[in-house]
Design a protein around this ligand. Structure first.
Ligand code: 13P
Length: 258
């Protein structure tokens, strides 16, 4: 296929939702429908408190387990934080890093994002590094400048040999939780720019292997047209990942592309 055989990733970011019981029932439903599929990489990112229980239900399924954040240091006096080793201990394989909510609500900087990306890779966790512009930045025509800064600082000193472990998520802030997704053409333009930046840093061959996900109001009704874009390799889904039916429909839109 034209996308260099990149396998789609459909990831659910549950954010601060789901008690253990709610998480268990949601993931049980997902496993029933998606658990044996291999054509698409499906992934759920529950809150820390549900990782262990969700992980048990995912055992022997093809749905992967991700976390929503981590600390860059391996251990230490960092009250309230969780390390890569702690995530590995729960069989977590992926970790979202630098989500816009962490950047805007918790003051995470590009430099901190970079430290976390490096720490994740060092622990063999696949980082899903989020980038994206605010509405104000888009209206001021700064989208590509913002993405370039987030990419270059966020991925500084990442070794070329680890590049294919990276996953990038483009999440325009104005599209998150608003019901107003980027149009496929708008998203594709930024995804292509992201791939060009990856090529500049890691070379064309590596850049062609790295998955770039779109996030921001992805729903069953707009998934297909987004996935049809050349450089869109899946989705990071918020609201629509909290219900089995809508997450499954989004995943099926990706299967249908294979
Ligand atoms: P929504 O799908 O709710 O817009 O959230 C997107 C997001 O932030 C995923 O990380």
């Amino acid at each position: 296929m034209s996308k260099n055989n990149r396998r789609y990733i459909i990831a659910g970011n549950w954010k601060m939702h789901m008690t253990r019981a709610d998480a268990q029932s949601l993931v049980t439903e997902l496993v029933e429908t998606l658990g044996r599929e291999t054509a698409v990489r499906t992934l759920v990112c529950p809150p820390f408190t549900a990782l262990s229980d969700v992980g048990k239900i995912l055992e022997n399924s093809n749905i992967a387990l991700g976390a929503q954040n981590m600390h860059a240091e391996p251990s230490g006096a960092f009250t309230g934080e969780v390390s890569a080793a702690m995530l590995r201990d729960l069989f977590v394989t992926h970790v979202i890093i630098g989500h816009s909510e962490r950047r805007s609500l918790f003051g995470e900087t590009d430099r901190q994002v970079n430290n976390k990306v490096q720490a994740a890779l060092k622990s063999s966790l696949k980082p899903i590094m989020c980038v994206g512009e605010s509405l104000q930045e888009r209206e001021a025509d700064q989208t590509l400048a913002v993405i370039e800064r987030q990419m270059s600082v966020g991925l500084a000193k990442v070794a070329k040999s680890k590049a294919e472990q990276l996953i990038i998520a483009y999440e325009p802030i104005w599209a998150i939780g608003t019901g107003r997704a980027a149009t496929p053409a708008m998203a594709q333009e930024v995804h292509a720019a992201i791939r060009a930046l990856l090529a500049k840093q890691f070379g064309d061959e590596k850049a062609a292997q790295i998955r770039i996900l779109y996030g921001g109001s992805v729903k069953p009704t707009n998934a297909k047209e987004l996935f049809e874009q050349e450089d869109i390799d899946g989705a990071l889904v918020g609201g629509a990942s909290l219900q089995a039916a809508s997450f499954i429909k989004i995943a099926q839109a990706a299967y249908a592309m294979m």
